[in-house]
Design a protein around this ligand. Structure first.
Ligand SMILES: Cc1ncc(COP(=O)(O)O)c(C=O)c1O
Length: 400
């Protein structure tokens, strides 16, 4: 294995006496996240985040007087080339505020990929908070929406029977897969031509950028609003940012207030978020000096261990997620989770998320995954039966 624990990881590990998987604060990959492949939301805060919290400002952000928070908002606006940023408590809140602010006079419809977070995992919030009609679209290529998919599903006419498409919401990355910049540009040009607003659920846009698909400014220029999350692969404990032009952000700040998201002294969470951007994503709009790229390389290496044993993946590995085809391997979610537990790893569904704290702990993780994969294929060879699938819709953890 080419990867070694980084010096920052070693520092974090020696700062505490705990083994990976134990629960203490501020120890990064030496904490629970170091063995948790369920999601990049499991990343835990680091010693440098604690240092930033200790020196943050603690003034009122409803009055917009807290420099730690306003600096973070301005920094993210600058990174994305937008006029303004608004700190929000979660990715869901960012998406919902954006849609509530972009949609004005009903009737209005929102078009998105049928697997989008806004339609599957936000508790039906778009319906409740905006009343919009959702138009979920299945991408023909199985990976990402194209302009052709969008055109075929957009309501443009003013026939009184139709619900006109007012917002197109694109998720990038989606299930770890990229939507290429060229395709985003094509869809954006079409949307602008027809006066349709474009939102990006960029919870993991950082990952798309780190993979070399385009800069934050390149992608953001295509959208009216973009949500980016600090508490996924970047590792902050709390928070996301919504960016856009000043008029939409003013409206979003208003909506945030009536949803109860106006915060008094949020410096202690925005300070940690700033460290997450600077240290995990990197200092420039292309993620220069950041930690994400290495996780993508490791994800591909882990996928290769699986495919070298004869396994298939459900989706191509573009960034930090590996989706194991357990049906093809004649295994099951339950068996994978059980093997993970025996090896000291947390796994759920058929998705492995290779976040930076997994990378920092890869000397522990990779051999164990190798053994788990070998066991699965040995069981397949013996004809050991899979224990069946749970009923119901697929989820963000299971794609089969
Ligand atoms: C693509 C995407 N968008 C939005 C969200 C919502 O983020 P949060 O959990 O912070 O509300 C998630 C959460 O996992 C996500 O994966």
């Amino acid at each position: 294995m080419a990867h070694q624990a980084s010096s920052s990881d070693k520092a974090g590990a020696s700062a505490s006496a705990s083994a990976p998987g134990q629960h203490h604060a501020w120890i990064g990959s030496a904490g629970a996240a170091g063995t948790d492949l369920r999601s990049d939301t499991m990343t835990t805060p680091t010693a440098s985040m604690l240092a930033a919290v200790q020196s943050c400002t603690l003034l009122d952000d409803v009055f917009q007087e807290d420099p730690t928070t306003t600096d973070l908002e301005a920094h993210c606006a600058a990174l994305t080339g937008k006029e303004a940023g608004l700190f929000v408590l979660s990715g869901t809140m960012g998406n919902q505020l954006a849609l509530r602010s972009l949609l004005t006079q009903p009737p209005f419809g929102v078009l998105c990929d049928h697997r989008s977070h806004i339609i599957k995992y936000e508790a039906g919030g778009v319906s409740t908070l905006t009343g919009a009609m959702m138009k979920p679209v299945v991408p023909k290529n199985g990976v990402h929406l194209t302009l052709e998919d969008v055109k075929a599903n957009t309501y443009l006419d003013d026939d009184v029977h139709t619900c006109p498409t007012r917002v197109i919401s694109l998720e990038n990355t989606l299930n770890g897969m990229l939507m290429p910049l060229d395709e985003v540009r094509r869809i954006s040009a079409f949307a602008r031509e027809h006066g349709i607003k474009l939102h990006c659920d960029g919870a993991r846009l950082w990952e798309a950028v780190a993979s070399g698909a385009g800069s934050l400014t390149d992608f953001s220029a295509c959208f009216d609003t973009v949500t980016l999350c600090f508490s996924k692969g970047l590792g902050a404990p709390v928070g996301s940012i919504l960016v856009g032009d000043k008029t939409v952000m003013k409206q979003a700040r208003w909506v945030r207030k009536y949803m109860g998201g106006g915060l008094r002294q949020p410096g202690l969470i925005t300070a940690a978020a700033r460290v997450a951007v600077d240290e995990t994503f990197g200092k420039g709009p292309n993620g220069e000096g950041g930690l994400l790229k290495e996780t993508h390389v490791l994800a591909k290496e882990i996928a290769k261990i699986w495919t070298d044993l004869g396994g298939k993946v459900v989706y191509p590995v573009h960034t930090n997620m590996v989706w194991l085809d357990l049906d093809d391997a004649q295994s099951s979610y339950a068996r994978l989770m059980e093997l993970g537990q025996e090896a000291g790893l947390k796994i759920y569904g058929n998705r492995l998320v290779i976040h930076y704290q997994i990378y920092q702990n890869c000397g522990f993780i990779v051999p164990r995954l190798g053994t788990i994969f070998e066991t699965i294929f040995a069981e397949k060879a013996k004809g050991a039966a899979a224990s069946g699938k749970p009923d119901g819709e697929t989820s963000m953890y299971r794609a089969q």
